[in-house]
Design a protein around this ligand. Structure first.
Ligand code: IMJ
Length: 255
């Protein structure tokens, strides 16, 4: 079978460690023949992301804190200097203060609310603005979301509101970037045991709930990654502004 991303240049943001969905996605993109640029958050992370990148087809490992306009501008600059069009961008990051994912939603303060919005939702606009000038041949921008955007999931709280905002942001970007042949989509992944999820109280109860999913199992990072490959590839050419559920079917169930 021909590789689905052969000749494509892709940027993946949001690898924290080898369990990150972003890492599974980078592996899948690499397997399908893409050349990658990866980003890391803060100097402290640089070494570990460089280590994870060995074995993958990585051409650059670049700093990017999505809350900082200077780092986003430097990212555009560095990618521009690589002198090749960018075809795919994977936005796979989010953050809220831990307290805002444990105490009652009613107690969410302004600063925590805005932080979750800034890192988890506005960052899609920021990344789109930073990368659009490089997507000269058209391309695909994808993000990760979660069911907590439209349904109440215990403790997801301020992240649920941020994901609702992220999904709307995705649609507005899709409507505007279509004329440049850039598609914008979200993958709504079922619960996966990543560092972002393990930090959550009651997470194993949520994973057990997967026994009610049509496929009777949890979501595997590799199947989220394969959906990301589809969206980034030519196979996804007719898909934009969409939310693709990769959750073993869990989302359709009432109880
Ligand atoms: C997160 C919180 C509450 C319930 C949750 C999650 N469920 C799932 C997640 C049911 C699946 C994981 N998820 C979808 C997220 O988007 C996680 C985001 C997140 C996680 C943390 C943990 C550590 C921290 N800040 C965080 N910010 C965002 O300090």
């Amino acid at each position: 079978m021909p590789k689905l991303l052969e000749g494509k240049f892709a940027l993946v943001l949001g690898i924290a460690n080898k369990w990150s969905l972003a890492y599974a996605i980078a592996e899948a993109f690499s397997r399908e023949g893409a050349t990658l640029a990866l980003t890391y958050l803060g100097e402290r992370q640089k070494g570990s992301i460089e280590e994870l990148s060995t074995g993958l087809n990585v051409a650059a490992v670049l700093p990017c804190d999505v809350t900082r306009d200077d780092e986003l501008a430097a990212l555009t600059e560095s990618l521009g200097r690589m002198n090749r069009p960018l075809h795919a961008v994977m936005h796979s990051l989010a953050f809220a203060n831990r307290e805002d994912l444990t105490r009652p939603f009613l107690e969410t303060g302004r600063a925590g609310f805005l932080l979750a919005q800034d890192v988890s939702a506005y960052s899609l606009v920021a990344v789109a603005r930073a990368t659009a000038p490089l997507m000269t041949e058209g391309g695909s921008l994808s993000t990760l979301t979660y069911l907590g955007s439209t349904r109440v999931v215990p403790n997801y709280n301020v992240m649920g509101v941020a994901k609702a905002s992220l999904e709307a942001t995705m649609r507005y970007l899709a409507s505007e970037m279509g004329e440049r042949k850039v598609r914008v989509n979200a993958i709504s992944a079922g619960p996966v045991k990543t560092a972002s999820a393990r930090a959550i109280k009651g997470f194993s109860t949520i994973l057990d709930g997967a026994q009610r999913a049509p496929l009777r199992r949890n979501t595997d990072p590799a199947e989220v990654a394969d959906a990301a490959v589809f969206l980034a590839s030519d196979l996804g050419r007719g898909v934009t502004g969409n939310i693709l559920f990769v959750d073993a079917g869990a989302q359709i169930m009432g109880l």
